[in-house]
Every structure is written in structure tokens, then in C-alpha cells.
Design a protein around this ligand. Structure first.
Ligand code: DAT
Ligand code: MG
Length: 150
């Protein structure tokens, strides 16, 4: 089953949007595989955002993600990466589709509430970066057959 890392970033946690984000992913039908509330180290932040190193917003991004606790989660389901990025909305909140999280709760690209993996490959990689193997639960839900076609 395809997997995606999801982070509720410090602004989402501080603004008490944790339940809102989890609720939207649950209602979408996605299945939770792991979760932890944590303070992100600079080393983890730098590894997670390595692709953005050297960009003008990089230092601010590292400072933001390490500034307060985040909720890290792995969600799974068919096409989970595309589904979650749609639920999150475009990176810049002013470009995010109405009804998406970033549209409904954010205004600025540097305070856009959530992170989600951008490809199935990165979903696997990021899940492995943020979680130990035994922190991810392989399980089936009774409702799976009513949500997942196969
Ligand atoms: P996403 O989080 O939608 O995958 P990304 O990977 O391009 O977006 O960038 C990671 C984060 O970096 C993004 O959520 C917010 C920040 N960011 C991206 N582009 C930015 C910009 N032009 N100015 C400020 N922050 C930016
Ligand atoms: Mg990204």
C-alpha cells in the first residue's frame, strides 16, 4: 500500500489544528500507520529539507520546523500521495484550492500548516527517515473493503 509522510507543522499544532488535519485525512478514508508528537532536531530538519538547501527560504524553513513540536504521521491508501496533496492544497495558500487545508487555514507559504510527501518514492523515503520500522503498524481496518476497491 502506498504511503505518505504527513507533518502537522508547528503553526498547525500551535493553532490547535491537529484534530482538524487528522479528521480530514480520516474522513477521506486514508489509514493511519504511525504517529508521533515530537520536537524536530536541526539534523532531522536539514535531512528532511535537504532538497531545498541553498534556496532563499531554506534557513527560515529550518527555523520554522524546529521552532515548536510537530505531529509526524504516516498515512496509507491507494494513491495516498496524490490524495493527501489534494487535501492539503498547493504549497502557496493563495494558490490552494478552496476547501483544501492550506486554503481554509493559511495565508503565507512559510506558515502553510502541513507537509506531505510529493511522490510515492519520497513517501517511502520520508516514512523511513521519520519512523523506525517498529513504529509503523501494518494492519487492516474493518472499513477497508468499503473504502479501498482492491
Ligand atoms: P510542499 O510543502 O508543498 O511540498 P515544497 O517542497 O516546494 O512545498 O517546499 C517546502 C516548504 O518550503 C513549503 O511547504 C514552504 C516552504 N517554501 C517553499 N517555497 C517557498 C517560498 N518561495 N518562500 C518561502 N517558503 C517556501
Ligand atoms: Mg515538498
Amino acid at each position: 500500500m502506498e504511503r505518505s509522510l504527513v507533518l502537522v507543522k508547528p503553526d498547525g499544532v500551535q493553532r490547535s489544528l491537529l484534530g482538524e488535519v487528522i479528521s480530514r485525512l480520516e474522513r477521506r478514508g486514508l489509514r493511519l500507520a504511525g504517529a508521533k508528537f515530537m520536537q524536530v532536531s536541526k539534523a532531522l530538519a536539514e535531512e528532511h529539507y535537504a532538497i531545498h538547501k541553498g534556496k532563499p527560504f531554506y534557513d527560515g524553513l529550518i527555523a520554522y520546523i524546529t521552532s515548536a513540536p510537530v505531529m509526524a504521521m504516516v498515512w496509507e491508501g491507494p494513491n495516498v500521495v496524490a490524495a493527501i496533496r489534494q487535501t492539503m492544497g498547493a504549497t502557496h495558500p493563495l494558490e490552494a484550492a478552496p476547501g483544501s487545508i492550506r486554503h481554509d487555514f493559511a495565508l503565507e507559504v512559510g506558515r502553510n500548516i502541513t507537509h506531505a510527501s510529493d511522490s510515492p518514492e519520497n513517501g517511502e523515503q520520508e516514512a523511513a527517515l521519520w519512523f523506525k520500522q517498529d513504529e509503523l503498524i501494518s494492519w487492516s481496518r474493518d472499513a477497508d473493503r468499503w473504502i479501498f476497491e482492491k
